[in-house]
Structures are given as structure tokens and as C-alpha cells.
Design a protein. Structure first.
Length: 210
């Protein structure tokens, strides 16, 4: 049986497999943003990517606890996403090897639940980020039923590469902060600087009072 403390760690992560893919179905306010613009959420802020072409998406009149950033790729259907979330987590949650194993098991169940996805790689590690206890993750998945493939009728697939960091807020451990950075692309068209760009965003996190 999984302990409440370990189960609570799952709520620290957004765990939104293939970040941003379902978000297009929702209604958002859209705003073009400048490179290295500070994005503020409840409890923390971070700098937007150092690139042109990013949009900030936010649901109308929603609290500032979730933010999406989107940029299109070179080909139809290729996208980059940043998803930032502030969420409540269970008391006594902690990050340790058992928690990492639990998170890994939960992540593996997601692609197995649908023939659409095939997991190619996953990495999880504990880390410290500006005095915060954090989990860093990285995954690569094949997507066999994405919109561009279904619309074109081609027997192809796309790759979704995802990096994320999820931390306990240093001033209130019942609050979790998470940032995902993902790229959706056709095979052999990955950004070779993907992880460098993800880490550049993560390293700009600044905490504030929740």
C-alpha cells in the first residue's frame, strides 16, 4: 500500500503527460511576449525563453496559478510549450528514492493506457534548486495519433520530448511549484539545445510569498 506521504508527492508534479497537447481545445486569452520577460504566478516567477515567437496563454478570469507559453515549430504541427503551475500538496510529503519510484511507475502507466504513445526514455532525479527540494524529470515518447498525422493520412508519428522541475515552495511546503518544457516534432527534427533551453528557464525561478 502506498503511504499518504508518498502519494502526496504525486500532487507535487503536474504529471500532465505530453504537456499542452490537450490545451488547444480550451479557450485562452493570448498575448505575444518578449524574450526573457518575467512571468509571475502565485508563489514564484520565471523568465520566458530567450527567443522570439512565444505567446502567453491564460484562461479568462482564472487565478494566476497556471500559465501556458507556446511557440510554433518550423513544420505544421511542431510546437514548443512551457507550462507553469502552482498547486497544493499533501502534508508530510517528501522527496526520496521511494517517491521517485512511485512517480516513475505512475508515468509509465500513462503511455501504456493508450496505444497512441510509446515511451522511449525516462529519467528522474532529486535535486536542490535555490534552496528548494525538487524533482527533475525528462522523457521522450512517440505519438502515433497526433493531429498532423491523422489529418495528413501519413503513416508517420511524432516525438514529444519533455523536461520538468517540481519543487516544494521554500516558505510553505504545502505548496508545490512546477514548470514543464516540451517540444513536439517529427522524427530527426529535435532541437539539439532542448535541455539547455529547459534548464535556462528552470534556473530563472524566483520564489515569492504565496
Amino acid at each position: 500500500m502506498k503511504s499518504p506521504a508518498l502519494a502526496g508527492v504525486l500532487s507535487l508534479l503536474s504529471l500532465l503527460f505530453l504537456s499542452g497537447c490537450a490545451s488547444l481545445r480550451l479557450s485562452f486569452e493570448r498575448e505575444w511576449i518578449s524574450p526573457l520577460q518575467r512571468i509571475t504566478l502565485t508563489g514564484y516567477s520565471f523568465l520566458s525563453p530567450d527567443e522570439q515567437g512565444w505567446q502567453k496563454l491564460r484562461r479568462p478570469r482564472s487565478p494566476v496559478h497556471q500559465m501556458l507559453l507556446k511557440r510554433g515549430g518550423e513544420n505544421d504541427g511542431e510546437t514548443f510549450w512551457v507550462e507553469a503551475i502552482t498547486n497544493r500538496i499533501q502534508e508530510n510529503s517528501q522527496i526520496n528514492k521511494d517517491a521517485l519510484q512511485l512517480i516513475g511507475e505512475a508515468n509509465l502507466l500513462r503511455p501504456k493506457a493508450s496505444p497512441r504513445y510509446k515511451r522511449l526514455k525516462e529519467e528522474l532525479a532529486m535535486s536542490r534548486q535555490q534552496g528548494m527540494d525538487c524533482i527533475r524529470g525528462y522523457s521522450v515518447d512517440e505519438d502515433y495519433e497526433g493531429w498532423p498525422i491523422k489529418a495528413s493520412g501519413k503513416p508517420e508519428y511524432m516525438i514529444i520530448e519533455l523536461a520538468y522541475i517540481s519543487c516544494f515552495h521554500p516558505r510553505d511546503r504545502l505548496i508545490g511549484i512546477s514548470i514543464d518544457y516540451s517540444q513536439r516534432y517529427y522524427p530527426n527534427r529535435q532541437d539539439p539545445h532542448f535541455l539547455d533551453k529547459a534548464n535556462a528557464i528552470f534556473n530563472t525561478i524566483e520564489v515569492r510569498n504565496p
